[in-house]
Design a protein around this ligand. Structure first.
Ligand code: KG4
Ligand code: ZN
Length: 334
């Protein structure tokens, strides 16, 4: 199919977003309204506040996406929307807006998995080549996903406790940094020269699973012990030590999986893929290994609707259609 134009909507967490994507690879417009400032003072995302902001923003954001693209609903072929996983109240705002838009304009509607979206953010930058391995690291997810073709997702490893981004945000809180802490820790880690030695959690030798709660506890214990001794901790040394531990484990497991599955391409996705330390480590490792490695530009790593449109396109071409009974699926499986 040629010249496929999709309006995509994303509202699973704390960004209200709409985008218009042509042929799964070209961004015509991409609008993201962030709520971060409203959640900051609570130290994390408050679901009820998120839903309320989505209600206020969703129509504005969709209209802006159309206006920036200089398009009318009749220029569109389909509406795609994040169906799950995420906060159910937040998901429902995007889904109901998508349904209303699709019904009013007589367009087909497709539900998209949020993590498939993060992975397909890469399709907006260069063509995906299969088989590929995706490292998905966000506030809610840490997964190694093997894809043998479009639409086929095999989760070969995942976190058994905290997601990588969640660990970043919790450690940031221990250091007294504002939400979301990931970008700030990343920055501090680069400012530091010394690093506190924190453990690496490898789990069983052949496992591709991850665990970050022990590392988070190690940081909390370290701060507690230092406080008891009346000593000041160095935020940069803690950030650097923590980041080194996370990046080393993520990189090593991704490399081992890429070798075992003999993939043609490795991609990183999700908010934590914006991390400078992780991007550099993966880039260097896979350059040495001779496997092409890609990561989207920063603004396509964190939540956006362009990635939802990119993921929806091959599904749409394969004939997937949903209908107006679509519901939010907070625990949706990939
Ligand atoms: O993908 P995303 O925008 O939302 C979810 O689907 O979760 O990811 C947000 C997460 C937050 O935990 C945030 O702290 C983390 O991504 N993050 C980072 C960086 N930028 C965002 N973590 C580490 N380093 C960064 N530079
Ligand atoms: Zn996300």
């Amino acid at each position: 199919m040629d010249n496929q134009v999709i309006l995509a909507i994303e509202s699973s967490c704390d960004e209200t977003a709409a985008a218009i994507i042509r042929n799964g690879s070209e961004i015509i417009s991409n609008v993201v309204a962030s709520q971060i400032d409203s959640h900051k003072r609570f130290g994390g995302v408050v679901p009820e506040i998120a839903s309320r902001h989505h209600v206020e923003q969703i129509t504005v954001v969709i209209e802006e996406a159309l206006a920036k693209a200089n398009m009318k609903p009749t220029d569109l072929d389909a509406v795609a929307v994040t169906e799950g996983p995420g906060l159910v109240g937040a998901l429902l705002i995007g889904i109901n807006a998508a349904k209303a838009f699709a019904f009013a304009n007589n367009l087909p509607i497709l539900g998209v998995h949020h993590i498939a979206g993060h992975i397909y953010a890469n399709a907006l930058v260069q063509p995906m080549e299969f088989p590929l391995l995706a490292l998905v690291v966000s506030g809610g997810h840490t997964e190694l996903v093997y894809m043998k073709e479009h639409g086929s997702f095999e989760v070969i490893g995942e976190t058994r406790d905290d997601a990588a981004g969640e660990a970043y945000d919790k450690v940031a809180r221990v250091l007294g940094l504002p939400y979301p802490g990931g970008p700030r820790i990343d920055q501090l880690a680069h400012e530091g020269e010394e690093a506190v030695a924190f453990p690496r959690v490898w789990l069983e030798e052949d496992s591709y699973d991850f665990s970050f709660s022990g590392l988070k506890s190690a940081v909390i214990n370290y701060k507690h012990n230092m406080d008891q001794r009346g000593e000041e901790i160095s935020s940069t040394a803690v950030a650097k030590g923590f980041q080194e531990s996370v990046v080393e484990v993520l990189t090593a497991k991704t490399l081992r999986a890429a070798r075992q599955y003999n993939v043609k391409q490795v991609i990183a996705a999700g908010g934590v893929a914006a991390n400078k330390g992780l991007r550099t480590s993966l880039a260097v490792t896979f350059a040495d290994e001779g496997i092409p490695f890609y990561v989207p530009p920063l603004k396509l790593c964190t939540d956006n609707a362009a990635m939802i449109g990119a993921a929806a396109t091959p599904m749409f071409e394969a004939g997937k259609r949903d209908n107006l009974t679509m519901n939010g699926r907070p625990g949706m499986e990939l």
